[in-house]
Design a binder for this molecule. Structure first.
Ligand code: PEP
Length: 248
């Protein structure tokens, strides 16, 4: 399976950062064995798409409704209309700050698919949940309840992102990543049969140029969702190179 490396710019990026987006896209496209994309703030999507040509640009959320009285929200059709081809759904920062529930995330994923977008659906446990020995139970519950029944077919990837590893510099141990990704894989196969083998499972949480090769070598790690280390081409490139080395 080709590795999928996605940058998540979160709430970072102004007009003056478009040049960096172009540089990132140019560098990413040199890694021809890797699928890559950059998820930018909604305000930058259209300009980023125009600036980068064929390189995939995505959003970071997608409302479950197509349109209507939802002030401040962005629908799948709006993302698609702006030129996005994918979106992140259910990031832990949204699960926490916007109280998004599994049922919301499932509806958002269905809305993204209906709008013709690929979706990166995030799951992950908090530190308290891991320390209580509940990590597998929590994450498998999120997988069961957040993923739509039509998750197979190549449009959806799952990102396992332990909450305590996001933006903290603290990375999950490869053995723990292996255990979690194997459990997610087993649940996908149990639900979707052979198609469940093809759903990419990404790791996210302080992945960078120093640890990417180790994390991307873990069985069932089919790529990465990268926050801080995707903000510059200089930091993103070593991750792409590590993925390229695994894909060859
Ligand atoms: C993320 O935003 O999904 C993420 C994993 O961030 P970071 O790489 O900064 O931990």
């Amino acid at each position: 399976m080709r590795k999928f490396i996605i940058g998540n710019w979160k709430m970072n990026g102004l007009s003056c950062d478009l040049d960096e987006i172009v540089t990132i896209s140019a560098v990413a496209q040199l890694h021809t064995s890797v699928d890559s994309a950059l998820c930018v703030p909604a305000t930058l999507i259209e300009r980023a798409v125009k600036a980068v040509g064929a390189f995939p640009i995505g959003g970071q959320d997608c409302h479950m409704h197509k349109s209507g009285a939802h002030t401040g929200c962005v629908s799948g059709d709006m993302l698609s209309d702006a030129g996005a081809v994918l979106t992140i759904i259910g990031h832990s920062e949204r699960r926490a700050a916007q109280q998004e529930q599994d049922s919301d995330i499932r509806a958002k994923a269905e809305a993204a698919q209906a709008a013709g977008l690929k979706a990166i659906l995030c799951v992950g446990e908090t530190l308290e949940e891991r320390e209580a020995g509940k990590a597998l139970e929590i994450v498998l519950g999120q997988v069961a309840h957040s993923l739509p029944d039509a998750a197979a077919g190549g449009w959806l990837s799952v990102a396992y992102e332990p909450v305590w590893a996001i933006g903290t510099g603290r990375v999950a141990e490869p053995a723990d990543v292996a255990e979690m990704h194997a459990a997610i894989r087993a649940s996908l196969v149990a639900r979707f049969g052979a198609e469940g083998e093809k759903i990419r499972i990404l790791y996210g949480g302080s992945m960078n140029g120093d640890n990417a090769a180790i994390l991307l070598a873990v069985p069932n790690v089919d790529g990465g969702l990268i926050g801080g280390a995707s903000l510059t081409a200089a930091k993103f490139q070593p991750i792409l190179a590590a993925a390229q080395a695994k894909g060859e």
